[in-house]
Design a protein around this ligand. Sequence first.
Ligand code: T3D
Length: 268
Amino acid sequence: MKDELGQASSPVLAADHGAVRVLTLNRPQALNAFTADLVTALLGALQAAATDTSVRCVVLTGAGRGFCAGQDLASAIAAPGEPPKDLQAIVEGYRPLAQRQRSMPVPVIAAVNGVAAGAGLSLALGCDIVLAARSASFALAFSKIGLVPDCGGSWLLPRLVGRARALALAMTGDKIGAEEAERIGLIWRCVDDAALQDHALALASRLAAMPTAALAATRNAIDAALPLDFFEAFGNEARVQGRLGFAHDYQEGVAAFLEKRAPAFKDR
Ligand code: T3D
């Protein structure tokens, strides 16, 4: 099987829809659980999207009935009689992926089509906007196998839902449904299952027509502001705004507004 970019069947499929690149995790038999190959392929696919200037938004989704079940536990556990694997090394292996994801020059949308668990949940929550199918579910899962939330989960969770909910979700490891995830602010929105991919593409196409460089700078400014006090954040905003003020898209945005026409943004 080949995807629309002509790649042979691989752990990650890529397909372009105009300026939107859809990346599909492709190990449906294991709910798209992460193997080293899948992590490497996803990192490569994100890197390719980051350097391809025709791509102005990325959608991450999963093949089959899962989004991503986290670390592939079959490849994490040592064979009987062998010493345990170094989990620190496994988890650190995710760092380049998380760094690439959170510094993408374009917005990244998660279209969570099914269960997102463990590191798969961290991957989804690390996206800029998280949409989910109404039947999708979210599980921290780590505590059930004697681990702590990783791949950025311990940082993301309390910032999204607050300490009380973060601790309850992390300690119980229980699954919650997409409607509950939306209600508590873990994700942006859930939609009917059949509408998820169309909804994600429509949102991605909308973002792709917007000032891409400013959208990426918006993510960076909001992330940077989290540990800052108000006036430190104020200073950071002024620095970024100072740079964007000399860019094409700002000139174009203002001109289009004044001329009552649609803007044509191109910065990235
Ligand atoms: O290496 C390290 O451990 C350190 C790194 C840690 C990062 C992490 O991500 S730790 C967390 C790892 N993930 C989990 O603990 C989740 C394990 N999976 C589950 O709890 C459940 O599968 C789900 C809640 C995600 C979904 O449940 P359900 O009932 O919808 O599906 P299922 O029947 O359990 O799974 C379907 C198949 O996928 C099944 O295979 P089979 O029996 O049909 O051949 C199952 O074994 C497989 N699968 C699901 N999750 C994983 C997996 N295979 C390997 N690794 C998985 N994580």
